[in-house]
Write a protein that binds this ligand. Structure first.
Ligand SMILES: O=c1ccn([C@H]2C[C@H](O)[C@@H](COP(=O)(O)O)O2)c(=O)[nH]1
Ligand SMILES: [Zn+2]
Length: 159
């Protein structure tokens, strides 16, 4: 008999699918916000601001104004802005990459209650250290999702 996905794996899979919409050639990030009733209230991915798509650079090296960083809207920002319900209190954000410092601020100020992440590839960067510092002070717990358990079960299944 099929083993149903856990909620955590399900919502992280939605975040991963959302990341697939990103045009960033280096790092695609997806986010999925879920309320206390386990209903999805917002999704997002890293993308350029509305109306700017196709006009701004995706390079991650070169002169500052020709790099993506000062233009790109992070996945968490888009998920929070895209939310379909006003109240973020008590919600969990599933995000495929540990939130940067700017997204940690957004998460805190939006009233989100928990962060579940997949990759932590920038763990030792100052932005991530600052992010953990703020999330710790704001008492917002964060934990790593182990979606690999799900992926390996799909790979070994018969369909
Ligand atoms: O909290 C975060 C941090 C980063 N992102 C996005 C912003 C960029 O498009 C990429 C990172 O690019 P690198 O080439 O890996 O430096 O990830 C985000 O959405 N949320
Ligand atoms: Zn960010």
């Amino acid at each position: 008999s099929p083993k149903p996905l856990s909620y955590s794996d399900y919502f992280m899979a939605v975040a991963l699918l959302s990341a697939k919409r990103s045009k960033d050639p280096n790092t695609q990030v997806g986010a999925c916000i879920v309320n206390q009733e386990n209903k999805i209230v917002g999704t997002g991915y890293n993308r350029m601001p509305n109306g700017c798509d196709g006009e701004l650079p995706w390079a991650h090296t070169g002169p500052k104004l020709e790099r993506k960083y000062i233009y790109v809207c992070h996945a968490e920002l888009n998920a929070i802005i895209n939310k379909s319900k006003a109240d973020m209190n008590g919600c969990t954000i599933y995000v495929t990459l540990f939130p940067c410092n700017e997204c940690a601020k957004l998460i805190i100020q939006a009233g989100l209650s928990e962060v579940v992440y997949l990759s932590d590839k920038y763990h030792d960067e100052d932005e991530t250290i600052a992010s953990r510092r703020m999330l710790d002070l704001a008492e917002i717990p964060y934990s790593k999702n182990r979606l690999l358990v799900f992926i390996s079960s799909v790979e070994s299944s018969s369909f």
